[in-house]
Design a protein around this ligand. Structure first.
Ligand SMILES: C[S@@+](CC[C@H](N)C(=O)[O-])C[C@H]1O[C@@H](n2cnc3c(N)ncnc32)[C@H](O)[C@@H]1O
Length: 458
């Protein structure tokens, strides 16, 4: 038998992962890129994760944002127990976890939020739960607040619909424990595909399972594919539902997707110019992108910024390097060929951030349109990321994270004082845990990168 809450499978816990795009600074940056005023945070703020899973993102963000109050809501008791345990291990006091479903969460005694996020939830739950999630945002998001939905999108999932249905039905019919069933079901599907069944020939996931099996552990397969209500949605459907809750689309937390010139060919841009209605244009754009996963940011009554204000606010925000200097290529692939941004401004920004996070005032001056474009490009490429201007204490949290290294509840992230976390290679995290020197040949640039972020081992 498979156990569920409104069709959501609860037999096995999900992965323990951090999602950088749920950080307040990242969401603020998406708003700024779109010319929308981010939430005012000078008197503190409140943030809520709907379907927070194991609570890693909420706990890390709480520890790295002492001025905020953080809440995580999830219907799975095992997830919430883990989340509370992690917060206790790391002595994080500004986070609360609630073991409840979205319908019951409507009645909880909670503050109004500046940020409400839901990653990997909306297209896995049934209509009633989606409705409750929407009502929660409608009731609890402050005017000027930002909401984030990360969800499986159409049309990119179209060629994997048969894969999901087959995995779910096989997973239900095979006897045994859930991880064993889903693994056996995936194996059977592989055999079907090898036998040449046409409906699996173009499955992206089936290819992924063969090429990168380590990225798809049983816990992932169970939560991704077994929920009865699993259904990827078109952007127009999600936008219509959010509009009914008083929310307007702002942009994407997948940063390069905010710019046509980064993700569309010139021909695609020309064809899309003929589609006038913005939501329908976005839908048509998803056809060009073959969109599989959207990271949508919405605002309630977000105030517009003029172009000058937008540029000033973008440059004066704090930024950090997203990867070690030797890994920065100053070039990224686009449908129109490589986009090269190897220019003096890019180099100056990277050199300035190599010593640690800071605002870009003074690094790109005077601020021209092309400087702003360079900053946007560096962020979209993942070389640079928007972060907090202050430095939070992360020692306790990182000790707790490093103590788990190699154990059954390993979390392969370390918290950064600038309000986010870095995913680390397993061997690198071991070196940090053991307080050992990071070998420059094996991990080029990582020693300086981690040191510049003010992080050390045990
Ligand atoms: C795929 S997981 C994503 C977890 C987390 N957001 C992440 O990205 O790591 C979906 C989560 O939604 C929770 N969930 C599903 N239905 C729910 C409901 N009706 N109310 C509250 N939580 C729910 C599940 O327990 C699960 O933890």
């Amino acid at each position: 038998m498979v156990h569920d809450i409104n069709g959501y499978v609860t037999d096995t816990p999900y992965l323990r992962d951090f999602k950088p795009m749920l950080a307040p600074a990242w969401l603020d940056y998406v708003a700024l890129v779109a010319g929308v005023e981010p939430p005012a945070r000078q008197d503190g703020f409140a943030w809520c994760d709907l379907g927070c899973g194991q609570g890693v993102t909420a706990a890390v963000l709480a520890a790295t944002h002492p001025a905020g109050i953080f809440h995580g809501i999830d219907a799975m008791g095992t997830h919430i127990s883990h989340a509370r345990r992690l917060a206790a291990e790391a002595a994080v006091s500004n986070v609360r976890f609630h073991a409840t479903d979205f319908a019951a969460a409507l009645e909880l005694d909670l503050p109004r939020f500046d940020y409400i996020v839901a990653h990997g939830v909306y297209t896995w739950i049934d209509r009633d739960s989606q409705h409750a999630l929407g009502r929660f945002i409608e009731r609890r998001l402050k005017p000027g607040g930002l909401a984030y939905l990360g969800y499986n999108a159409m049309p990119g999932w179209a060629r994997d619909l048969p894969f999901q249905r087959m995995l779910r039905e096989l997973g239900r019919s095979i006897p045994g424990e859930i991880a064993v069933r889903v693994t056996a079901a995936a194996e059977l599907i592989r055999s079907l595909a090898e036998a040449g069944v046409p409906s699996l020939a173009n499955s992206f996931i089936r290819r992924e399972l063969t090429e990168r099996p380590a990225d798809y552990p049983p816990a992932y397969l169970v939560h991704e594919f077994l929920p009865a209500a699993w259904q990827p949605l078109y952007v127009t459907e999600v936008r219509a539902a959010m509009a009914a809750n008083g929310l307007l689309p702002v942009g994407s937390a997948t940063l390069n997707e905010n710019f046509d010139w980064m993700v569309l060919s010139e021909e695609a841009q020309r064809l899309l110019a003929a589609v006038r209605e913005p939501d329908v244009r976005e839908l048509a754009r998803d056809f060009f992108l073959d969109q599989r996963f959207r990271c949508d940011v919405f605002a309630r009554c977000g105030a517009a910024l003029d172009a000058g204000e937008r540029a000033d606010r973008l440059v004066s925000g704090a930024f950090a390097l997203g990867r070690p200097v030797p890994a920065i290529r100053y070039s990224m692939a686009t449908p129109s060929g490589p986009l090269v941004y190897d220019n003096p401004t890019s180099r100056a920004i990277v050199a300035g951030l190599a010593d640690g996070p800071r605002s870009l005032i003074g690094l790109a001056k005077p601020v021209s349109q092309s400087d702003v474009r360079t900053i946007l490009t560096l962020c979209a490429a993942g070389d640079v990321m928007p972060v907090e201007p202050g430095q939070a204490a992360v020692r306790e949290l990182n000790r707790a994270l490093l103590r788990r290294c190699g154990g059954p509840e390993e979390i392969r992230w370390i918290a950064l004082p600038c309000g986010t976390a870095l995913e680390l290679d397993r061997d690198l995290i071991r070196l940090l845990r053991d307080g050992e020197e990071i070998d420059e040949c094996r991990f080029p640039g990582w020693r300086d990168f981690i040191a510049a972020h003010g992080v050390s081992g045990q």
